[in-house]
Design a protein around this ligand. Structure first.
Ligand SMILES: CC(C)(COP(=O)(O)OP(=O)(O)OC[C@H]1O[C@@H](n2cnc3c(N)ncnc32)[C@H](O)[C@@H]1OP(=O)(O)O)[C@@H](O)C(=O)NCCC(=O)NCCS
Length: 163
């Protein structure tokens, strides 16, 4: 019988301070640096869920909503939103924290698809994700809609490459 996991058990939080080496000439964090942090945070949620190997299949709906400045404290939070047969969606929110007041503002969000692989590198079934709260169910419904769009795009791109 497959393992059952609640979304809450995949929750991951990572905190960084933005150093000069993370920044561009404008003194704000490189988008690519934030993407790398997003990928790591999401991968930890995915691994907590599968308890095995995962690879990133896609990162989409990535929006940088506000800049992150040198010296800011950045907090990334991720959670598994939805699970299919061998793939899962993880949602990530990136916030900048003002450590003087404790207030946070959202600076970026993204959704990543991971695929669970077996020892030979083939996709293998993931555990069952069991939503418990209304928020869990809302995130799962959003993830299903995004998955349809991803698969549609994948089909179109494949058919164009084949043409
Ligand atoms: C991701 C990967 C394993 C998928 O392989 P594949 O042969 O296309 O596998 P399948 O067609 O059986 O798809 C497996 C699952 O992934 C999903 N999937 C594959 N590509 C996807 C994409 N671009 N977007 C969303 N889902 C995708 C499929 O829908 C399927 O989900 P399901 O089992 O839950 O229904 C393969 O493309 C790969 O190895 N990519 C490179 C990964 C990598 O190097 N990442 C960076 C470093 S971690």
């Amino acid at each position: 019988m497959s393992r059952v996991v609640h979304p809450e058990h995949t929750r991951t939080e990572m905190t960084w301070i933005v150093m000069p080496g993370h920044c561009n000439a404008l003194g704000t964090a490189f988008g690519g640096q934030i993407m790398a942090w997003i990928d790591v945070c999401a991968a930890i949620s995915a691994k907590r869920f599968t308890q095995g190997s995962v690879v990133t299949a896609s990162m989409d709906s990535l929006v940088f909503e506000a800049p992150v400045h040198k010296g800011d404290v950045v907090v990334l939070q991720s959670m598994v939103n939805w699970a299919g047969r061998t793939s899962i969606e993880v949602g990530v929110r990136v916030e900048a924290e003002d450590t003087d007041t404790g207030t946070r503002r959202t600076t970026a969000r993204a959704y990543l698809t991971f695929v669970h692989l077996d020892a030979s590198g083939k996709p293998q079934p993931v555990p069952e994700l069991r939503p418990r709260t209304d928020d869990d169910r809302r995130r799962a419904a959003g993830a299903e809609a995004r998955r349809e769009q991803r698969l549609d795009l994948r089909r179109v791109l494949k058919s164009k490459r084949g043409a």
